[in-house]
Design a protein around this ligand. Sequence first.
Ligand code: ADP
Length: 224
Amino acid sequence: MILEGKKLCKYYGTGESQVKAIHEIDFTVEKGEFISIVGQSGAGKSTLMHIIGGLDAPTSGEVIMNGTSIYTLPANQLAVFRRREIGFVFQAFNLVPSLNVWENIILPIGLDGKKADFEYIKDILNTLDIYEKRTSLPTALSGGQQQRVAIARAIAAKPSIILADEPTGNLDSRSSRDVLNLLRLSIQRYNQTLIIVTHNEDIASLSDRTVRVVDGSIVVEASQ
Ligand code: ADP
């Protein structure tokens, strides 16, 4: 097991106006799994994703990743752990505007003192059809291209877990399938684990297992 959430709760506010964004969620993920998290807007998917990604502490409960209870770590150690273990793909791409595509992709690898695998990155960029754009600044790219850069950046660092929030939200259906296939190839090749949040049932159906969140709780876990 690579990831375990135990009785995860996240509450906002107090008293009558309190929102229980997620409530007592238990959640386990095996190494190498591809999991999709689905559910309506406001169900608690992003909250769950942020908590399991080490970005936002739960109100109560525990997240255990690779044997470490991550929220017991001091903030600076948690930041290092997160950078080493997790690749994020957010809806907002968080690309550095002053750096070109290639620099954006190798930046987190350098921060971690690791060496970039140039052939591998070239391969990723070619598969995502953005190799020609490697010296372009993010502002010169379309939304879909920026999304592919964010995906390339997450895969390039070879993290053990990739967390992606609507990774195909800006892409047409053909590009969506290409991106999903690339993510799948990556997790197979590097024995990674992939967790995506999606509204798209077609994309969810490509995963090994679908976790459905309704009103802050997991209601169905279906194996495909
Ligand atoms: P989803 O990703 O499924 O759309 P979210 O996790 O974003 O759902 O939100 C779950 C619930 O928590 C919603 O009711 C949302 O309004 C509430 N919520 C999320 N973040 C905050 C916050 N910072 N303050 C108050 N309520 C929040």
